[in-house]
Every structure is written in structure tokens, then in C-alpha cells.
Design a binder for this molecule. Structure first.
Ligand code: PXP
Length: 241
């Protein structure tokens, strides 16, 4: 059996909280609930514009969580110093554009290559496991090895969209398979994330080289439907009194 680790991304709990500018719902509570229910790690993305997770969330979650915290950051000096200070067990370096709704693609490893190498080495010396969020491309897998990353996280967005749209995903799946195989051969731990649903995650469990999935948007969205009935019932009980 391929026992794949699950990293639960709780960014969108913070998105809902921030929509009201208040303290509810709490990302810390979500992180602890993820831990209690078997998550292997908790992922948060501290964006440059702080649109969801904030530094206070990072501080609180880091101090209370027992399972590894996976901090996603852009390759900037500011984020590097935050990651060095907070010492999360895992760091995943992701590309970031201010205008994007979500992380739209993998890192451009040729851009700022020397800086990337420096960040990776500093984080590793600081005892964080470093992962690079990349497209399923053999070139990027080779470059990740050269850059001395511990892991690669393969961006599964395109594959997941094809699965959702009931289109032919075989070519995209093949790219992921080949990238995962090469990564594994080079000694990189291979992860996958972005856009994963029950259906797309299930298909990817067949790619035996993938050791960790990081899942956020669908999981948090699905939690609404799983939890809505009990929240409504609880209100009805309260209102009856
Ligand atoms: N992995 C990485 C590196 C991410 O940046 C994200 C969020 O974009 C995810 C996984 C989770 O993606 P999703 O929220 O679509 O499940």
C-alpha cells in the first residue's frame, strides 16, 4: 500500500475570517482540528499581500502545532527572514504574483537562480526541509536537484482541471508520472498539490513515487457541506428553547 501523507492547507479558513475583519473562524482551530483528525502536516501560505494567513497566525500555529508546519513562501528576502525566524519544519517555495487568484503555475527556476540556491541552503542549515513547487517538467526536476532542494512539489492544477472538466487527462498524467519517477531516481522526495479533489487525488495515488499531497481549497470547500447539516441542526435546537 502506498501510504501517502496528507498536508492540509488551511489558507481559506483565513480567507473566510478576513472577509469579516474579525477573529472567526480561527486558522489555529482549523490547524489543531486537522492534527486531531490525522493530517500529517498543516500548510499555510504567507502571501506578500497577507490576503489570508498573517504573521500572527503563523506564530500561533507554529507554537501550538505538534505535527509539522509547512510554510509556503515566495522567494523574497522578507519571506526568507520570516521563515528563518519562525523555523517551520517544512518550507515550500512557490511563485507569487500579486494579481493572481491562486498560485497559477510552478516556479521559474532559471529566474533568480543564485538567490534561490542561497535561500534553499540557508533554510536547510536552519533545519527546515525545503521543497520547490514546480511544473511536471523533467527540466525542472533536474534543476531542483542542482539547486539542492530536499523535495519537489508537482503543480497538479492543469491535470485537476482536465479531470474536473471530464476531458482527456492522460497526457498530463503521464507528465506527472515521468516527473515523479525522475525526482525519485534523483533522491528528491516527490509531493503533489493544487486543485486536488477526491477524484483527482485518487487517480494520483497510483503514482507510487508521490509521498505527500497538499490539499486546501477543495478540502475546505467540502468541509462546508460536511459540516452544514450539523451546524443547522444545532441552531434549530438552540432556537427551540
Ligand atoms: N501546494 C502548493 C504549493 C500551493 O501553493 C497550494 C495552494 O495554491 C496548494 C498545494 C493547495 O492547492 P489547493 O488549495 O488548490 O488545494
Amino acid at each position: 500500500m502506498n501510504n501517502i501523507r496528507l498536508g492540509v492547507n488551511i489558507d481559506h479558513v483565513a480567507t473566510v475570517r478576513n472577509a469579516r475583519g474579525e477573529n472567526y473562524p480561527s486558522p489555529l482551530r482549523a490547524a489543531l482540528l486537522a492534527q486531531k483528525n490525522g493530517a500529517d502536516s498543516v500548510t499555510i501560505h504567507l502571501r506578500e499581500d497577507r490576503r489570508h494567513i498573517r504573521e500572527l497566525d503563523l506564530k500561533q500555529i507554529k507554537s501550538k502545532l505538534k505535527i509539522p508546519l509547512n510554510l509556503e513562501i515566495a522567494a523574497t528576502k522578507e519571506m526568507l527572514s520570516i521563515a528563518l525566524r519562525s523555523k517551520p519544519k517544512f518550507v515550500c517555495i512557490v511563485p507569487e504574483k500579486r494579481q493572481e487568484l491562486t498560485t497559477e503555475g510552478g516556479l521559474n527556476l532559471k529566474y533568480k537562480r543564485a538567490f534561490l540556491k542561497k535561500i534553499i541552503n540557508k533554510l536547510k542549515k536552519n533545519k527546515s526541509r525545503v521543497s520547490l513547487f514546480i511544473e511536471p517538467s523533467l527540466k525542472d526536476i533536474n534543476l531542483s536537484k542542482i539547486l539542492n532542494a530536499d523535495c519537489v512539489e508537482i503543480h497538479t492544477g492543469r491535470f485537476c482541471n482536465l479531470v474536473n472538466e471530464r476531458k482527456n487527462y492522460k497526457k498530463e498524467l503521464n507528465k506527472i508520472k515521468k516527473a515523479a519517477k525522475l525526482g525519485n531516481k534523483l533522491g528528491l522526495e516527490v509531493h503533489a498539490g493544487h486543485g486536488l479533489t477526491f477524484e483527482s487525488a485518487k487517480i494520483l495515488t497510483k503514482v507510487l513515487q508521490i509521498k505527500e499531497f497538499n490539499i486546501g481549497h477543495f478540502l475546505i470547500g467540502e468541509s462546508i457541506f460536511v459540516g452544514l447539516s450539523s451546524a443547522i441542526k444545532k441552531f434549530k435546537r438552540i432556537l427551540k428553547k
